[in-house]
Design a protein around this ligand. Sequence first.
Ligand SMILES: NC(=O)c1ccc[n+]([C@@H]2O[C@H](COP(=O)([O-])OP(=O)(O)OC[C@H]3O[C@@H](n4cnc5c(N)ncnc54)[C@H](O)[C@@H]3O)[C@@H](O)[C@H]2O)c1
Length: 257
Amino acid sequence: MGRLSGKVALISGGAEGLGAATARALVREGARVMLGDIQIDKARALARELGDAADALLLDVTLPESWDAAVAATLKSFGKLNILVNNAGISEPGGVSSVSKESWARTMRINLDGVFHGTQAALPAMVAAGETGSIVNMSSMLALRPGGSFAAYCASKAGVAMLTKCTALECAANGWPIRANSVHPGAIETPMLERYLELMPELTREQAYAGFAENHPMGRCGKPEEIAAAVLFLASDEASFTTGTELTVDGGGFIRD
Ligand SMILES: NC(=O)c1ccc[n+]([C@@H]2O[C@H](COP(=O)([O-])OP(=O)(O)OC[C@H]3O[C@@H](n4cnc5c(N)ncnc54)[C@H](O)[C@@H]3O)[C@@H](O)[C@H]2O)c1
């Protein structure tokens, strides 16, 4: 009996990185998962690898109608929806005075609006399932501890943390058995972090990773599986009295002095 046996999850940004690691962890524990991503070929390839317990669809988190279609497809494939992992996100550098208006708007649309649209689309189906449910929103260490050259990212992820708390309160106030929590990773070895290496051509790969690692008192970057383990806990009934919390998974990065 897996920790998520009988549960159905929808994961945004499930094609690679933290979303893919989360999908693997949830399937390993008995869940069936729908992978939603703009990278549909990669999402389909992962779904094939995971077998009957997984399916994939094209999802653009910025579009409410895309979310409605994703929820409908999840119900069609797996019959219900219990777990929503709002994981899709982007990270673009830029301080308040230097970030372009396009980058600011794109970041807010994907990172914050995307979580709102996903939550609004999924909640009715999660309530209708009549079972315990969980919403896990991927925020960041940078929601709690500012990074001056990541203004849009920090602001969007702080918004995600607050939206999560509002979601948690609304579910509780309505008596819905659905919890909502945010996860706050430090620097984790995913394609997102790899793309930052391209912005630092003056550094070797080792030097760049050593720089990221310095932000974590534990002295290293994290692995996607370490974030997936936190999502798994919050998604499962093991976290049955945990709602509205911010779970840091950052090697002590938030509390560093
Ligand atoms: N990797 C890190 O160091 C780190 C740290 C803190 C928080 N996070 C957060 O974790 C989440 C996952 O990050 P990651 O490192 O796996 O990134 P990633 O870039 O490796 O993967 C992100 C996934 O989201 C998808 N995506 C992007 N825009 C989308 C859209 N409009 N609709 C649907 N899917 C879309 C991408 O196609 C990709 O598959 C993000 O929200 C990110 O901000 C990552």
